[in-house]
Design a binder for this molecule. Structure first.
Ligand code: NAG
Ligand code: NAG
Ligand code: NAG
Ligand code: NAG
Ligand code: NAG
Ligand code: NAG
Ligand code: ZN
Length: 892
């Protein structure tokens, strides 16, 4: 789209109501698209005491009733040895045993050692002093299960300035609960296999060994793993030594790892498996991709290996800090709760986020893999080398990685224009959530985020997507050069240390001050408005008087947000940092904008595209009536693609909030019959989905189907001509839109489409060994055929689901089986989600959500979740993402 394209890559909207009232409205989350370029004198042990459970007491001010550790002790280094058992014991329990020593410094005199420990049975505790004075003896040891502490009460005091060593020996369960040190199971060549693996973030390192489990309690970790001979042990550091030993009659290998850098506990990882790997030595740096042997043999790790090196080099350059470790391992696990985890030097992934099969996986799978890899690699510096002090600043960590993942992925797949997609994937997505009265500001107070479940809650769309959106805006208005300069000094200054988010503002400000860049306010002043307040404003401009007013944009204007978190009205948001008094818009940004909008050009039919391509603010406009709207519908192709997508999304948001008529929003979809680009289509389909769910049982359903069918037909024909449904379009987003064409044409009942797709599926059923359906089109084809079919089609899909060895293919079938239209089939499928042999725990909630998003399944899923609430809550209530997603998904 040439020059206009770059400038228009923006979100934000100007709604001009042309006519008597002459009032214009702007939703001003001005996320302007960035222009990318660019041991010692040990004293004899004191005591060994058995531990006992502490009485449950009412809340008190005792340190063990507090959720945060006292600042009396500071860990320096740990020596942790763990032995996970990959076979169950006589009672059928999977366990791990371990011992751990932590050397800590006493900062402030105390007679209490408080250290995190959760679900560990501790059998030995020894305290020694490293100084000349002996350690005080242990009085009692109490386990506080609620606050997850082991409290060691001493008979005397620890001396400030002295170092001590606390040794513990313990047993824990290697449960299949996806948290802490846990087990994952799978079958290979008919043999059941068990992997011992970890997920520490946010508060589960304490489930693997007793530790000071807070991100600012950084230390050096010496890790040793004992494991069955023939299995592979991995951890954050490189292998230092490997010897065969015999322990308790078991033939084992003892793998010792190089000590880690100074790091946080939540970034630790320990894995024992019989996985295989592929590797690449990239300028001395060893890059390895680990997965199940079958997956590696089938080449599924190759894509990840191909893109990792270039992305790492990109970030080294972007941060101006070399990759801080000697190796980078990435491993795909059959059971994994989140998408991936950035453990330092040993990144863990869900299989679908790392493994790619050339024949079977789609381009959407590929995009997910490259963006997740880029996200996790970005954290190796931003998050791991420099770490937030406490979880209330998580948005900075996750928002940042969610922004730069697009930059890293763009490096690996430069032809995809992937940076555009942040608009759909993050900006539009978070608009819908941040416009609710129940939203919350990016920043939370440290004291409000205390308990593990409160910490879990911070991992939400606001932290990820709004965080990404505002940081992208910041990078854009500072310019990327200034942004990266500030970032570079920030990383260098705080390496191996912890920060609060305003530390980044300080470094960005310093970078600004070194330039002649004209910033009317400080970085902090500008960003406070986006960080400390929830939501975003809608700005109304009276084009006759020039008067500007703004209010909190709420999808439901009758709701009242929490007052202490809501916007205060006047002058709080500026697109460019210029203070804009409500009644005094002279010389301000909006003033200039109004001039532009009300200027002579306004009358010209050619105004829009021209104006937009000159408007570096990236605002787009919707005209309610008159010429301007005609411009839009007559020459939609002259409006840049992203703006076409935005106009639709903004119009629907304004309509939902009652700022404009719904018919006007719907009118923005009129031009789809001439549209072949992905972004506008996707934006429209996302918004129309809402109508589908709302109108499915009303008389509007059928006219809507007919209308959408009419709009999509030319697109279907376009791709029929272009590809004959056997070729793959060249462009990445064209491939996505080919899928949209097929999906919408089939779901609106276009016979040529349903015939085509059902034919493919029948062909496959007739010869299950040869799947004739193109990888990109499989999700849609499966869904369509299963929706049209009955038990036979569903059972076939189930059989293929169980048989396939490719995780991305499993996911496609799993989602498609939720497209069935017979309630009994859906109910049976729902019941499968309670049985981990049928549907893995990691997939249970997303399967229920898929069923809930099927019009037929909506009420079934709702009934099912309520009927099984207790069980589901116990199983999934603890995980960071899955439970809130579930509630969200089934109530949508
Ligand atoms: C760690 O502990 C093991 C035994 O518990 C000991 O042999 C080893 O020397 C210790 N290593 C360090 C670095 O303290
Ligand atoms: C820990 O101790 C409790 C109570 O004695 C017991 O029920 C549990 O099985 C033990 N856990 C392990 C992993 O041994
Ligand atoms: C340990 O034992 C395994 C299998 O018994 C053998 O393959 C391996 O070479 C041994 N390793 C060492 C370091 O002796
Ligand atoms: C990985 O890179 C090699 C060499 O460029 C290429 O031949 C291969 O097709 C790539 N694999 C994938 C899955 O992209
Ligand atoms: C359906 O396909 C047939 C044969 O390819 C073609 O002639 C016809 O025009 C198509 N109809 C529609 C509605 O696309
Ligand atoms: C789960 O499914 C498996 C396989 O069908 C079955 O053998 C097992 O009994 C089921 N478990 C439960 C608790 O229903
Ligand atoms: Zn992240």
């Amino acid at each position: 789209m040439g020059k206009g394209f770059v400038i228009s890559k923006a979100v934000g909207i100007v709604l001009i109501v042309v006519g008597a009232a002459a009032v214009a409205t702007i939703i001003a989350l001005s996320v302007v698209y960035s222009q990318e370029k660019s041991k010692n004198n040990e004293v004899k042990p004191t005591t060994t005491t058995t531990t006992s459970a502490a009485p449950t007491t009412a809340a008190s001010n005792e340190p063990w009733d507090q959720w945060r550790l006292p600042q009396t002790l500071s860990p320096q280094s740990y020596n942790v040895t763990l032995w996970p058992r990959l076979q169950p014991d006589e009672t059928g329990l999977y366990i791990f045993t371990g011992m751990s020593s932590v050397i800590f410094k006493c900062v402030e005199e105390t007679d209490l050692i408080l250290i995190h420990s959760n679900k560990l049975n501790i059998s030995e505790t020894v305290l020694t002093a490293h100084g000349s004075n002996p350690a005080p003896s242990i009085d009692s040891i109490m386990m506080y299960t609620k606050t997850q502490y082991m409290a060691i009460h001493l008979k005397g005091k620890l001396t400030a300035g002295e170092s001590y060593e606390l040794y513990t020996k313990f047993v824990g369960e290697l449960a299949d609960d996806l948290g802490g040190f846990y087990r994952s199971e799978y079958e290979e060549n008919g043999v059941k296999k068990v992997v011992a693996t970890t997920q520490m973030q946010a508060t589960d390192a304490r489930k693997a060994f007793p530790c000071f489990d807070e991100p600012a309690m950084k230390a050096v970790f010496h890790i040793t793993l004992l494991h069955d001979r023939g299995t592979v042990a991995l951890s954050n550091g490189a292998v230092k030594d490997k010897v065969n030993i015999t322990e308790d009659g078991a033939l084992l290998t003892k793998t010792t790892f190089e000590p880690t850098e100074v790091m946080s506990t939540y970034l630790l990882a320990f894995i024992v498996s019989d996985f295989d790997y592929i590797e690449q030595i990239d300028e001395k740096l060893q890059i390895r991709i680990y997965a199940r042997q079958e997956a590696i043999k089938a080449g599924q790790g190759e894509y990840a290996l191909n893109v990792t090196g270039p992305i790492l080099r990109f970030f080294e350059d972007y941060y101006r800090v070399p990759y801080p470790l000697p190796k980078s391992d990435q491993i795909a696990l059959p059971d994994f709760n989140a998408g991936a985890m950035e453990n330092w030097g040993l990144i863990t992934y869900r299989e679908t986020a790392l493994l790619y099969d050339n024949e079977i996986s789609s381009n959407a799978n590929k995009e997910r893999i490259v963006t997740v890899i880029a996200h996790e690699l970005a954290h190796q510096w931003f998050g791991n080398l420099v770490t937030i002090r406490w979880w209330n600043d998580l948005w900075l960590n996750e928002g940042f990685a969610s922004y730069v993942e697009y930059l890293g992925a763009d490096e690996a797949e430069s032809k995809w224009n992937i940076k555009d997609l942040i608009v759909l994937n993050d900006v539009h997505r978070v608009f819908a959530i941040d416009a609710l009265a129940s939203s919350h500001p990016l920043s939370s107070k440290e004291e409000d985020i205390q308990r593990p479940e409160q910490i879990s809650e911070v991992f939400d769309t606001i932290s990820y997507s709004k965080g990404a959106s505002v940081l992208r805006m910041l990078s854009d208005f500072l310019t990327e050069t200034v942004f990266t300069q500030g970032l570079q000094t920030y990383l260098d200054h705080f390496k191996f240390d912890n920060t609060v988010y305003t530390d980044l503002w300080v470094h960005l400000q310093a970078a600004v001050d070194k330039t002649t860049h004209d910033l009317p306010k400080t970085v902090q002043e500008i960003m406070d408005r986006w960080v400390l307040q929830m939501g975003f404003p809608v700005v109304t401009i009276n084009t006759a008087t020039g008067q500007i007013t703004q209010e909190h944009f709420l999808l439901d204007p009758t709701t009242k947000p929490d007052t202490h978190q809501s916007l205060t009205m006047s002058g709080l948001y500026q697109l460019d940092g210029q203070r804009q008094e409500q009644k005094n818009p002279q010389n301000g940004y909006y003033r200039k904008l109004i001039k532009k909008m009300t200027g002579k050009q306004m009358q010209m039919s050619g105004f829009w595209p021209t104006s937009m391509s000159q408007d570096t603010t990236g605002l787009t406009m919707i005209m309610k009536t008159g010429n301007a709207y005609l411009v839009f519908s007559r020459h939609p192709q002259s409006i840049p693609v992203i703006n076409r997508a935005q106009i639709i999304d903004d119009a629907f948001n304004l309509a939902k909030a009652g700022h404009i008529e719904t018919t006007l929003a719907l009118r923005t979809t009129l031009f789809l019959s001439e549209e072949t680009e992905y972004m506008p289509w996707e934006s429209a389909l996302d918004n129309l989905d809402y109508f589908y769910l709302m109108f499915d049982r009303t008389e509007l359903y059928s006219p809507m189907q007919a209308y959408l069918g009419k709009q999509v037909k030319p697109l279907f024909e376009h791709f029929t001509d272009l590809t004959g449904w056997t070729d793959v379009p060249l462009g990445h987003t064209d491939q996505y839109n080919q899928v949209n064409a097929l999906r919408v044409a089939c779901s609106t009942g276009l016979k040529n489409c349903t015939d085509l797709v059902n034919g493919w599926f029948q062909q496959w059923m007739n010869n299950p060994d040869v799947n004739p359906i193109k990888a990109n089109l499989r999700s849609v084809a499966y869904c369509s055929a299963i929706a049209a079919g009955g038990e036979e089609e569903w059972n076939f899909a189930w059989e293929m689901f169980q048989k396939t060895n490719v995780a991305t293919e499993k996911d496609k079938l799993r989602a498609a089986m939720a497209c069935a239209t017979q309630p009994w089939i859906l109910n049976r499928y729902l019941s499968y989600t309670l049985n981990a042999t049928l549907i893995r725990k990691q997939d249970a909630t997303s399967t229920i959500i898929s069923i809930a998003s099927n019009v037929v399944g909506q009420s079934l899923a709702w009934d099912f979740v309520r009927a099984n609430w207790e069980y589901i809550f116990n199983q999934y209530g603890g995980g960071s993402f899955s439970f809130s997603n579930l509630v969200n998904g089934v109530t949508k």
